[in-house]
Design a protein around this ligand. Structure first.
Ligand code: PLP
Length: 364
């Protein structure tokens, strides 16, 4: 086996024990006589799998009892539309924009809202950081406030609850796709949280959603049943065939996460990884730079730039030779990006930092 250190932004590295368990059970999962790919979603074996996934998610996140967990499809992108259909309820919604993903969510909401008899407001915008509280212009009557708590492309993360809007009774909605399960969070602050699975939870094709029960049942009349949170909740995410294999892998990841010591333990590891990489960037004397405000530098996605973009191709080729993969930055911003999700080990970050120092010595 020759597994590289994988810094992909998503679909991203998965823990090796998870892949091995999935492979070992591919043709016969725990004596079921078939693999998870081949079994009915309504049978006893799969019912156990999804129940375990839900129980582990609740335990890991300490999710309050009044929240439902939904296992959905369509990626986080479908949520940009679906949450509007479910929560706008003929009113107005506030959006905070801090990068590509929150901008996409806002743009889609602005497109849909008039068709649903509602409106959307840009309540604050920031470049290279979170929106400062004093710059937020919040509507106390808003149906919800939306933000992206970790901008995967720009590497901007809400690291401190004091950076969240003061919502009063307005439900806070967060796209947590790229940092959910990376550390303990107080989910009682949110009305709705959603995340595509393909970073910290499992494979692409599964979206996890936490929703406070009082927000169910507000969908616009035109909402298809499959997209209505209340209908999905009433059917335990089994209104139609769910993405069974993706849920199976997610269940294995969640078990692995519990075995690592849960979110406090993984958070300590993630903080160490991020500190190592940011220190390497900051100590490079300008050879590498990251331009995000220090108070919101993402621990999951670290974009960085070489002082001379003409060296990018050589940097990437040398990294690949050392088994350091998928470091090219998003095409919209260029440069490099290292994603340090839960399954990326500390050794991977050490190897990356050693390489960066060596490259800077040779080229600086
Ligand atoms: C923060 C964030 N939101 C939304 C998306 C879109 O996710 P999907 O491709 O699952 O629709 C991504 C994808 O990387 C993301 O990082």
């Amino acid at each position: 086996m020759n597994r590289a250190f994988n810094f992909s932004a998503g679909p991203a590295a998965l823990p090796l024990p998870v892949l091995e368990a999935a492979a070992a059970g591919m043709t016969d999962w725990q004596g079921a006589g078939c693999g998870v790919l081949e079994m009915s979603h309504r049978g006893a074996a799969f019912s156990r799998i999804i129940a375990e996934a839900e129980a582990d998610l609740r335990a890991l996140t300490d999710l309050p009892a009044q929240y439902k967990i939904l296992f959905l499809q369509g990626g986080a992108t479908l949520q940009f539309s679906q949450l509007v259909m479910n929560l706008l309820d003929g009113g107005s919604a506030d959006y905070l924009v801090t990068g590509t993903w929150s901008k996409k969510a806002y743009t889609e909401a602005a497109r849909l809202a008039p068709q649903l008899g509602g409106t959307v407001r840009l309540a604050g915008e920031a470049v290279g950081g979170v929106v400062p509280r004093e710059a937020m212009q919040l509507d106390p009557q808003a149906r919800y406030i939306h933000l992206c708590s970790n901008e995967t492309i720009h590497g901007i993360e809400v690291l401190d609850e004091a950076q969240l809007p003061e919502c009063g009774d307005v439900p806070l909605v967060a796209d947590m796709s790229s940092h959910i399960l990376s550390r303990p969070m107080d989910f009682s602050r949110y009305g709705l949280v959603y995340a595509g699975a393909q970073k910290n939870i499992g494979p692409a094709g599964l979206t996890i959603l936490f929703i406070r029960e009082d927000l169910l049942g507000r969908a616009a009349a035109i909402t298809p049943p499959l997209l209505d949170y209340a209908t999905q909740a009433a059917h335990d995410s089994m209104l139609n065939t769910p993405p069974t294999f993706a849920i199976h892998i997610a269940a294995l990841v969640l078990r692995w996460l519990r075995e690592q010591g849960g979110l406090p333990a993984i958070a300590a590891q993630n903080a160490k990884k991020a500190a190592l990489l940011y220190d390497t960037i900051d100590a490079s004397g300008g050879f590498y730079r990251n331009t995000v405000a220090a108070a919101c530098r993402s621990r999951m996605n670290v974009p960085f730039f070489l002082h001379d973009a003409g060296l990018d191709a050589e940097f990437l080729a040398g990294a690949a030779e050392r088994g350091l993969q998928q470091l090219k930055g998003h095409k919209s911003v260029g440069g490099m990006r290292a994603s340090l999700y839960n399954a990326v080990p500390l050794e991977a970050v050490r190897a990356l930092c050693d390489y960066m120092q060596d490259f800077a010595r040779r080229k600086g």
